[in-house]
Design a protein around this ligand. Structure first.
Ligand SMILES: *Cc1c(COP(=O)(O)O)cnc(C)c1O
Length: 435
């Protein structure tokens, strides 16, 4: 009664099963725990060896002291190295991106920092899109230089030719070790052409050194965007967002080829940045509804965006379902996104005062940073998520004082719109009182 499996995963009647069909039970055997249909939480720090010889053999494999025999499995040793909840979860998570392996971390930042530390060394250069998540930006610009790793940033809306030229002009193109992308960019939803960046990375790769392309896929992945299919080497996630999806946990993930993931997991062991068994279990619960949540949120966002677009107090919206005025972005969208997701930013015609009046007036939508959860959230990028970017850079990125960002949840879209409608009505009152 077991599914047959090849290197691409389980199949039935000659067809590979889709990820959403595998999230409930793949990789877990009820016989491991009293026939429970769900994997239990293996809330344990360490695992008992049957005998000393087994302990020795497990360590030999874990530390790479010898090659694995044909049927040998990596044994359970200690929960910083491996734990059943994390292993089952990672074996499920990889299917969404068609990756050979995945690793789960204590946070998105733990996934990103551990991956960069695993793959970069002193003297290396990392080329990255801008804007990127504030924590990643800080890590690349303030922490990596301590280890002699230099960075070059390019605007997310730049063309591949412009990026190539920027790299040439830097004079350090020969030191390029990684291209790091975040697409769509937060909060402007600018898309970066993954294939263009992969070609650039390949051009600067040599026999001895492959330039790795890593993509933070938090905003659309792992359902609506699959960077590995466009040639990227690694995908990174804040699993706190859509993957967790209920705003009740902090976690991160990385997925890619077995060879790269071996290096990333090796660093994770020594950074101690793995997720706990409890978080692993929560994420398995979340993966079961990942696709239907993301689809419902994307449908809701489409309705909300259409409402915002026609509203007289809204100057401009930044939404992936509304790119018709930008053929170049639309072409990238058509190539690498299968839906527009549920992140919408918009500019109010006034400045901070009007944005604050709007945010303070919301009743159903919560005023909070973070995104991707079942509840709708709204925030003010200029004074919150992007406040540590200097004014000039914020202006370059298109993040104004009147901008509001909304993460659309699974509430009825008409109820979300009712809330937005009454909050926008208050903005009018504020503007009139001022005049
Ligand atoms: C939230 C976020 C991160 C950081 O993740 P944490 O789980 O908060 O550590 C990284 N990248 C993006 C795009 C994010 O939205």
């Amino acid at each position: 009664m077991q599914l047959e499996e090849d290197h691409l995963g389980p199949h039935l009647n000659g067809k590979h099963l889709r990820p959403e069909s595998l999230m409930m039970s793949y990789g877990y055997n009820p016989e491991w725990s009293e026939m429970a249909v769900k994997a239990p939480i293996y809330q344990t720090s360490t695992f008992v060896f049957k005998n000393a010889e087994e302990g020795k053999a497990f360590f030999e494999l874990a530390y790479g002291l010898r090659e694995k025999n044909a049927e040998e499995q990596l044994g359970l040793i200690y929960s910083r190295l491996n734990n059943p909840d994390l292993e089952i979860l990672e074996n499920r998570l990889r299917f969404w991106d068609g990756a050979e392996d995945a690793a789960v971390f204590a946070s998105g930042m733990a996934a990103i920092s551990t991956t960069l530390l695993a793959l970069l060394k002193p003297g290396d250069v990392i080329l990255h899109s801008e804007p990127i998540y504030g924590g990643s930006d800080y890590y690349i610009k303030n922490i990596l230089p301590k280890f002699g790793i230099q960075s070059i940033g390019f605007q997310a809306c730049a063309t591949t030719e412009e990026v190539a030229q920027l790299l040439e002009e830097s004079g350090v193109a020969d030191k390029l070790a990684m291209v790091y992308l975040e697409t769509p960019a937060n909060p402007t939803n600018h898309l970066v052409d993954i294939e263009g960046c992969v070609a650039l990375a390949r051009k600067h790769s040599t026999e001895e050194k492959k330039v790795v392309v890593a993509v933070d896929n938090t905003f659309l992945g792992p359902v609506f965007s699959h960077p590995l299919k466009h040639g990227a080497d690694l995908v990174l996630y804040s699993a706190t967002k859509y993957i967790g999806g209920h705003s009740d946990l902090i976690a991160g993930a990385c997925a890619g080829s077995a060879a790269l993931m071996k290096a990333v997991k090796g660093m994770r062991t020594f950074a101690g940045s793995m997720a706990s068994p409890w978080t692993g279990w929560m994420l398995m619960r979340s993966l079961e509804t990942l696709k239907i949540r993301m689809e419902a949120q994307a449908r809701g966002a489409e309705t909300v965006a259409a409402y915002l677009k026609q509203h007289p107090k809204v100057e401009k919206i930044y939404y992936l379902g509304d790119l018709q005025d930008n053929p170049r972005q639309q072409a990238i969208y058509n190539k690498q996104c299968t839906a527009a997701g549920s992140m919408i930013s918009f500019d109010l015609k006034g400045g901070e005062k009007d944005a604050f009046m709007f945010l303070n007036s919301l009743k159903l939508i919560k005023l909070a940073v973070s995104l991707g959860g079942t509840e709708s959230l709204a925030e003010h990028p200029a004074s919150m998520t992007h406040s540590d970017i200097c004014l000039a850079d914020r202006a370059k990125m298109g993040i104004g004082e009147g901008m509001v960002r909304i993460s659309v949840g699974v509430e009825h879209p008409e109820d979300i719109i009712s809330d937005i409608e009454q909050a926008l009505a208050k903005v009018a009152v504020a503007a009139a009182a001022e005049a």
